[in-house]
Design a binder for this molecule. Structure first.
Ligand SMILES: CC(C)(COP(=O)(O)OP(=O)(O)OC[C@H]1O[C@@H](n2cnc3c(N)ncnc32)[C@H](O)[C@@H]1OP(=O)(O)O)[C@@H](O)C(=O)NCCC(=O)NCCS
Length: 417
């Protein structure tokens, strides 16, 4: 499909020339804020105009959709995933089908060009994207750990590593190095080149609200190299209660190369003077819950996070890794990607899968939404069947396929895109 096409009511869909061309409409849709040029430069550096799409009419841009080429961890290793972002419509052109037009054109282009077989996005409102076959694929727990609950079990014979607090700009190469293994360790994380690392560290005063500037705590080797092995990016918001300081520590991200470095970073965060509590969005199986002497104090709240859409079913399921062998026929309903519609035979082993069309009777039936939800291994097919979203036609097929798709550790996307 050509990117440039005109729909019935005169909107033309085409690739933007540049980030500037695109960002004015985005700013309007998100509330019309003025962003500093430094911020725009960082966003422009990761923007891929030739992969993105906008709708315009009469010389005016009315809707936008950005596509990023992400190298994301999925079960079985890193794979190309189309990261979708900045889905917006100008307030004067809403509810006329522009988002739908952008979305179905993007799916068709990915499929026809043989690009990424899977798309993923974060959403401002969870109710928007299910209709396009995006299933809820990763979850985060929001933790609020009071400082008084900082007692940790002592799994290591060694004392915690020494830590230092620095401006993140001083340790960009260390942050990039420690982060680089993240997509191999957990589905949902993606590789960050220099431009994406800069975006991860973006810290403009006008976007901080009441928080202070972004800081970085490093856990370092004990020897004279002081080589960092773990870090957290965080900021502090001043808060007082009854004349006592109860500052909030907001953790943006936390990565470590090994358990001792990981524990040392958490200890440092929970020991910040003036702090009342540490707030962080973490994977549902984050080890910190196994470290706190009082895990109940962390008040974990689960919420949806990354949404995934299987665009090219045969390739997506064939290229994914599996936890067990299964031989199953899946009947798929998919109106927005009609090439996925029908019956597919999936045969998996621990080395990968093979997925091809079949005329055999279906063992399971489901829709694109459920496929997207289970793709990263964090949502259970059995759970979806119990909710009536998946139907089992052959006894045993559901349990076996659920087991094959499961991934441990749980998927988690540590960064918005
Ligand atoms: C969300 C937004 C992009 C929708 O654009 P739009 O062009 O008006 O959407 P469409 O007309 O193509 O609507 C397609 C479908 O989505 C539904 N929909 C649109 N916005 C929705 C919302 N916020 N919540 C739930 N459903 C929504 C429509 O009702 C329609 O449903 P249907 O398929 O049952 O008819 C637009 O309202 C917007 O820019 N919002 C502010 C920015 C934003 O939140 N973007 C999302 C970023 S993740």
């Amino acid at each position: 499909m050509d990117q440039t096409s005109v729909c019935a009511d005169g909107y033309e869909f085409a690739a933007p020339d540049s980030w500037d061309h695109f960002s004015d409409t985005v700013a309007l849709a998100y509330g019309g804020y003025d962003a500093a040029s430094a911020y725009q430069d960082v966003l422009a550096a990761v923007f891929e105009p030739q992969r993105s799409l906008l709708a315009h009419r009469g010389g005016r841009t009315c809707a936008t959709l950005a596509v990023y080429s992400l190298d994301m961890g999925v079960p079985g290793g890193r794979r190309p995933v189309a990261g979708i972002s900045y889905v917006t419509a100008d307030p004067a052109h809403r509810r006329r089908g522009l988002m739908r037009g952008l979305m179905v054109r993007t799916f068709a282009r990915l499929y026809e060009r043989g690009e990424e077989p899977v798309a993923a996005l974060h959403t401002t409102e969870p109710a928007i994207y299910g209709r396009f076959g995006f299933g809820s694929a990763t979850r985060a727990i929001h933790l609020r750990i009071p400082r008084h609950a900082r007692d940790m079990t002592h799994p290591h014979n060694e004392p915690p590593l020494p830590v230092s607090v620095v401006d993140p700009a001083e340790c960009v190469p260390d942050i990039a190095r420690i982060h680089q293994g993240a997509p191999d360790r957990r589905p949902g994380a993606f590789h960050r080149d220099d431009a994406w690392t800069r975006r991860a560290l973006l810290d403009l005063p006008e976007r901080r609200g009441k928080a202070g500037r972004l800081l970085c705590v490093l856990a370092e080797d004990r020897d004279e190299s002081s080589r960092p092995r773990g870090y957290a990016l965080y900021s502090l918001t001043a808060r007082w209660e009854d004349s006592y300081p109860r500052y909030d520590v907001h953790v943006r991200e936390l990565f470590a190369e090994d358990p001792l470095a990981y524990t040392s970073v958490w200890r440092a965060l929970l020991d910040i003077d003036l702090a009342g509590a540490v707030h962080a969005d973490r994977p549902v199986d984050d080890p910190v819950l196994a470290l706190l002497a009082d895990p109940r104090s962390a008040v974990p709240v689960v919420r949806d996070q990354l949404y995934v859409r299987v665009v090219d079913l045969g390739r997506a399921l064939g290229e994914r890794g599996y936890a067990a062998e299964v031989d199953v026929v899946i009947e798929v309903a998919d109106t927005d990607c009609p090439w996925n519609q029908g019956r597919w035979r999936l045969r998996t082993g621990v080395d990968g899968g093979d997925c091809a069309r079949t005329t055999a009777a279906a063992d399971l039936s489901l829709s694109a939404w459920e496929l997207g939800a289970v793709y990263l291994g964090g949502t259970s097919l059995k759970q979806l069947a119990a909710a009536g979203r998946v139907t089992e036609h052959r006894a045993g097929a559901l349990a076996a396929t659920t087991h094959a798709f499961h991934h441990d550790p749980a998927p988690f996307c540590p960064m918005l895109f």
